[in-house]
Design a protein. Structure first.
Length: 401
């Protein structure tokens, strides 16, 4: 009963987190115009800067937040992160300048967007053989949130451009209050470790994690895969506009369809695959799907092919949850928080660097002066996934079954 209640709360928390992220997408151009960020081109640039600041704050603060949860317990840190997110949304709603928006996004990144502590909480209450499936539920919660977020944002924006932020603030605050009454602590005092000065240095935490036996390979794989997989959120709108001349409606519908498939894969199919094939074979299934999908998007020019490859792209999202579970199985109970913080830092670093590379490749690939190949970034991502395979084969011993 305790475990089920805790997992449900954590999944609701992560879904609200994803709703809060997705709720901004439909209103970003209007929001940038509201704070005087200039025309559409400038608005896109400053909107991208907001994303980079958020990712940068998570990169720097992720290991620190994780270490604090290892020392103080998951419950207070998770509830505090929800409160900070609520404050962030209030700032975003009230902001009359870009710099206030920047402050709000920095606070959200500093809090770790609840993901770090929530994932450590799931690791605490899950047996090693259950972690991959439970981490898959995290992905499913995010998928549902990414479907609901833009829909809520688009409808609420009809009332006011700031209405989506007030909704997100109320959801976060209400969940924090709910957690005060129903969320038990998952990390008993005897499994905690002291928080020291070394924990304030995120680079030292990352370095120590890589030196821990059994962690270097899965963490390298996580970083490379997240770097490659960022090609979808970075370029999907631009690529579909370039190749198929899709309007915004079609782009939004395709992203919503992907979110539904993602939730189905991670929340429904992943536990089934793990029972049938075990962690490692399921990981290889996801890797194969990623390789085929990215290669396919590199060359496709038909809607039918796009639909097939989009299904495979959703299937490839088996990979992050399984890699995270394999890394988690190598870490002691008192270091789950810092491990998830380090993983969040690596993911954030990929989110900072990958868009710079992917957009540069795309720009060069659609330049009329060179070879026209708009799918070049997808082919580059496929090459990265292929280069991961020798490392992935070394993870066979990390699987729980």
């Amino acid at each position: 009963m305790f475990k089920n209640r805790a997992i449900v709360f954590v999944l609701i928390t992560l879904m609200i987190d994803a709703i809060g992220i997705g709720i901004v997408f439909p209103i970003m151009p209007d929001l940038m115009a509201r704070v005087g960020a200039g025309d559409t081109g400038q608005g896109a640039f400053w909107g991208g800067l907001l994303m980079a600041v958020y990712a940068g704050a998570t990169f720097l603060c992720g290991p620190i937040v994780g270490s604090i949860s290892d020392a103080a317990g998951r419950r207070p840190v998770l509830i505090a992160a929800l409160v900070v997110l609520a404050v962030d949304y209030v700032i975003m709603a009230l902001a009359g300048s870009f710099w206030l928006l920047l402050l709000g996004r920095s606070l959200a990144g500093l809090a770790g967007a609840t993901y770090i502590t929530a994932t450590a909480y799931i690791a605490d209450i899950s047996a090693p053989k259950e972690r991959a499936a439970n981490f898959g539920l995290i992905g499913a919660a995010f998928g549902i949130g990414f479907v609901l977020g833009p829909a809520i944002g688009g409808v609420a924006a009809e009332i006011s451009v700031t209405a989506p932020f007030w909704i997100a603030a109320v959801l976060s605050a209400a969940n924090a209050l709910f957690g005060c009454f129903v969320l038990p602590e998952s990390l008993p005092p005897e499994k905690r470790r002291p928080f020291g000065k070394r924990d304030l240095n995120p680079f030292k935490s990352v370095y120590d994690a890589f030196r821990t036996p059994g962690l270097a390979v899965p963490m390298i794989c996580i970083f490379v895969f997240e770097f490659a997989n960022m090609v979808y959120p970075t370029l999907w709108a631009f690529w579909t506009r370039e190749v198929f001349d899709w309007p915004t409606l079609y782009i939004g519908l395709s992203l919503a369809a992907y979110g539904v498939m993602l939730a189905g894969v991670q929340g429904g199919l992943m536990p089934v695959f793990i029972r049938w094939m075990g962690d490692f074979r399921t990981l290889m299934l996801g890797m194969t799907a990623a390789l085929i999908a990215m290669t396919g998007f590199g060359f496709t020019g038909t809607i039918i092919a796009l639909t097939v490859f989009l299904v495979l792209a959703a299937l490839s999202d088996l990979v992050p949850a399984l890699l995270t579970a394999m890394a988690s199985n190598q870490a002691d109970g008192d270091r789950q928080g810092i491990l998830q913080g380090v993983i969040a830092s690596l993911t954030s670093l990929a989110a900072i660097l990958s868009p710079l590379v992917m957009t540069g490749l795309f720009r060069a690939a659609v330049d009329e002066r060179g070879i026209y190949l708009p799918g070049l970034p997808f082919l580059f991502s496929a090459a990265l996934v292929a280069m991961m395979l020798p490392l992935v084969f070394r993870l066979r011993g990390h699987a729980s079954v």
